[in-house]
Structure formats: C-alpha cells, structure tokens
Ligand binder design. Sequence first.
Ligand code: C5P
Length: 424
Amino acid sequence: MYLPGHPKYTLYHMVSLTNKRILLGVTGGIAAYKSADVVRRLRDAGAEVRVVMTRAAAEFITPLTMQAVSGHPAHRHLLDAQAESGMGHIELARWADAVLVAPASANFIAKLAQGLADDLLSTLCLASGAALAVAPAMNRQMWDNPATQANLATLQKNGVRIFGPGSGAQACGETGAGRMIDPLELVTLTAAMFETGELDGLDVLVTAGPTWEPIDPVRVITNRSSGKMGYAVAKAAMEAGARVTLISGPTALAPPARVECLRVMTAQEMFDAVQARIAAANIFIGAAAVADYRPAQAAAGKIKKTADTLQLNLVRNPDILASVAARTPAPFVVGFAAETDDLERNAVAKLQAKHADLVAANLVGRPGSGFECDDNRLMLVEADGTVELPLLSKERAARELIHHIAVRYHAKNPAENPRLAHRQ
Ligand code: C5P
C-alpha cells in the first residue's frame, strides 16, 4: 500500500477494477513468487481474481498461497472431475472479463502462439473470448531469441497485449530485458485494457432501473428491474471514453465512478430529466424498465383496506425512448426489450415502432438471465440484421454492447472520427 506522498500513490489510487473478473494465469518461472502480490494488488483495485497455475508454476509458488491471497482454490488440472463439477474450464473461460498471464514463460508464449491446448491454462486462453495479456518473464537470452520474438509478434498480431518485460538484474545473475514488470504496473495496465477510447469525446445519456409510480404516499407500482444492466452500460460507456450521464430510477446500486448520476422516481421525472439533457447527447441508451402506466391520481393519504376490491385507474406514461428518437436531429438511439417469448420478433417490432437504431433484447422470467441476476444473454437487433451474444456477465455484455454501438455510431457519423469509422 502506498501512502500519500509516495510517487506511486496517485497512480495506485486512480486505478479501478471494480467488479472486473480477472483470471490470473501463473506459469513456471522464478517470477511466479510475485504472482501472489499481483493477486493482492488486483483485489485491492476491486477485481475478483481466480488463479490458474501450470504444473511448473506450482514448483515455484504453492497453490495454497495462491488460494489464500485470491480467496478461491487455484485451478490446476484440465481433466479433474472434481474441479470440473465445480467451475469447469469452459465456465471459467466465460467467467473472465480479462485473462492475465503473469509471469508468462517463454514456453507458455510459444504454446499460445501455436494455439496449443495441452493443459488447463492454454486451453482456457484458447476458449476465452475475453481480452488476453501476457507479462513475459525469462532470462534475457531466452527473451532475445528469435523464436521468442517471432512468437511475441504472432501474439501481438492476434491482439494479445504484451505487458513488459522490464530490464535489470535477473535471478540467473545476468542483466538485461526479461524481468516481469512490477505488480502495481501490471494492475494499471490491466485496468487500461478496459479503456478502449471508442467513444472518446462523445456524450452518452443512459436511463436505468425501474420507476416507481405512487398509488398513495406508501405504495407504488414498480417492476423487478435491478438497474444492474443499465449501470454496467453506463460504466462501459465511461470506460470507452464517453462523458456519461446516468438517469436512474430507484435502485440499491452505487453509481459508477466518473459517471454523473441523476436520481428520479417516476417515469414522468425520468422523462423530464432526459428532456433536460438530451440536446447534448450523441448516444441515448434507454435501459430503464419504465412503467408503462401510472395511477391517474395518487391518493393524498394511505388507502385503507375497507373494501373487498380496489380499482386503480391507470393512465399511460410518456414513452421516453420514442420521444428521443423523434427528435431532429436525433441521437443514436438504443432501446432494450425484456421479453418472455418470441424475442427476435418482438425486438424487431420494437425497433420499428420506436424508430430506434438498435434494440438490445433479452429473455426474462427464467432463471440465470435477465432481471435481478448478474448474467445476461443479449440479442442485438438492427434494421440490417441480428447479432446474438452468448451468456455473459452483465459487465461484459455491457462492454460488448458498447463496442457494437461504437462501431455503428462511427459508421453512421464518419465525419466525426474517420479513424474509428473503420473499426470493426
Ligand atoms: O415497448 P417497451 O416499452 O417495452 O420498450 C422498452 C424500451 O423502451 C426500453 O428501452 C425502455 O427504456 C424504453 N421505454 C421508455 N419509456 C417508456 C417505456 C419504455 O423509454 N415509457
């Protein structure tokens, strides 16, 4: 821990990996003794960490140490029936938001470059769609060897990030390039993997959560939206470089850092807050589960249970998304569709009815995806086709959605940033 005044204090305290799931791969090299510190630093920055060790790594640092610092047993074997019945290797690959291999030995880098999958870690790296980074650590001769350099060039071409190495005195007594970089720097670089810059300079307005429509001073009509998806979307947009305003109905969630959060209660309040902010927005993402109806008149006092039946007279709330899409000029408009069946057909209908650019649809009302849980399976529906994302954490689904939006936004507005317009 760095105290105020230390040169690394600011750096350390700016880094956030809150809610990020980092899979740390440890391979066999003397730098593996530093991996325990990497785990500590990642967790200090807010990440949840799972450790996967190669057989050789366990010769340098014990799985027990890695379990103690990460809070979870270290995963080690590919064909271990017991481990597979807990969190199996495909589940683990899906679980990760990012995979960091630190230290990465010359052997592991070679395996990765070839796409081998002969142990748990190499298999995970192949099976995971998450961002992948390696922190090489090896003797300087091994580092300089043309085979290693060719393998690194392959990794780089394949989009793998290479963190380091540093240079200096080595465990083998030599001096040169090949030292694993400092754990704190690794954490900073890992956090930077999430900062894509795809929405640099753009204003994004996000609605999230349910609305509360008062029946009387103590009762409301609401729905089961937790706000998690909308908050994750706001955070992902911020990490992509946007200035983000989050207009949130009542939720139990803390607003993401560096996002301006306005709290509202009713659909009408959300509508008013959106109208006040929409002119500046380049992109509008309506992730709120806005109540379609509200009681025509909220009772002034608590309604007593005197009668056997009670009738509420409901009136329509304004449609926030449709009102934003009807503006000229309109921002890039993204709606959500929570459906219990006929997902794609309903989403296409919504896209057309609301004149949105994109509808992110998901099934609700079944366990494991949608309302109140941490995972979601999104279908991205646009006029020219549909993309289905796999079951992902809401954080990761939000990042995929933001990437997709960024690509579409820049394709639609090429003059703004010609460099990003060609990104796919
Ligand atoms: O057709 P439906 O209302 O279910 O569409 C859902 C989408 O519309 C969501 O993106 C939601 O945020 C938005 N919506 C809105 N205002 C409403 C109702 C829904 O912005 N009154």
